[in-house]
Design a protein around this ligand. Structure first.
Ligand code: FEO
Length: 187
């Protein structure tokens, strides 16, 4: 029979929060940067919500508000993770997001461009975790890798619809109704 270990030797390997494998400085810094990126994303989408509201498109505004909440939850998820690993969370200033766009189409183009950048930073972070054999961070980031695929796909679908609509106001109003039905998703 293959013996894994008795109870005494098992308990000697159980680590408390204080003495678990320390997170490296590089990973800690990169996670802090990603926490910042997520909160900036939240702020950017809130700005897009207010732009849509000012354009009398409450459905777009509502959709972007939910996007704002999701990004905030991503930031909190990483923040909770860093704390669970006994890393030090350092919150920096969040820069001013753009507040004006040429159209709803231009706004969503900016959103997609932004998300492509976020995908790149998540992938770099994942590579770093692999390089440092930080398995818990690698596993934590897998959720974000999948989430980015979904986010980019959603934005591409909305952009395709906006391109079809062109400058037909009636179709834009119908799309506004459709986007306004978006519900908060549990993450
Ligand atoms: Fe949480 Fe859209 O990146």
């Amino acid at each position: 029979m293959f013996v894994v270990g008795n109870r005494a030797s098992y308990s000697s390997h159980v680590r408390s929060k204080g003495d678990q494998m320390a997170i490296s400085k590089r990973i800690e810094d990169a996670l802090n940067q990603q926490i910042h990126n997520e909160f900036y994303s939240a702020y950017l989408y809130l700005s897009m919500s207010t732009y849509s509201d000012a354009n009398n498109l409450p459905g777009f505004a509502q959709w972007m508000r939910i996007q704002n909440e999701e990004e905030r939850s991503h930031g909190m998820r990483l923040l909770d993770y860093l704390e669970a690993r006994s890393g030090r969370v350092r919150l920096g200033a969040i820069e001013q997001p753009p507040g004006e766009f040429d159209s709803q189409l231009a706004m969503f183009e900016t959103a997609l461009e932004h998300e492509s950048g976020v995908t790149t930073t998540i992938h770099r972070l994942y590579e770093l975790a692999k390089e440092e054999s930080d398995y818990p961070t690698e596993v934590e980031l897998q959720w974000f890798v999948r989430e980015q695929v979904e986010e980019e796909k959603t934005l591409q679908d909305i952009l395709a619809q906006l391109r079809m609509i062109g400058d037909q106001p009636t179709a834009l109003v119908m799309m506004d109704r459709q986007l306004g039905s978006r519900q908060t998703e549990a993450t």
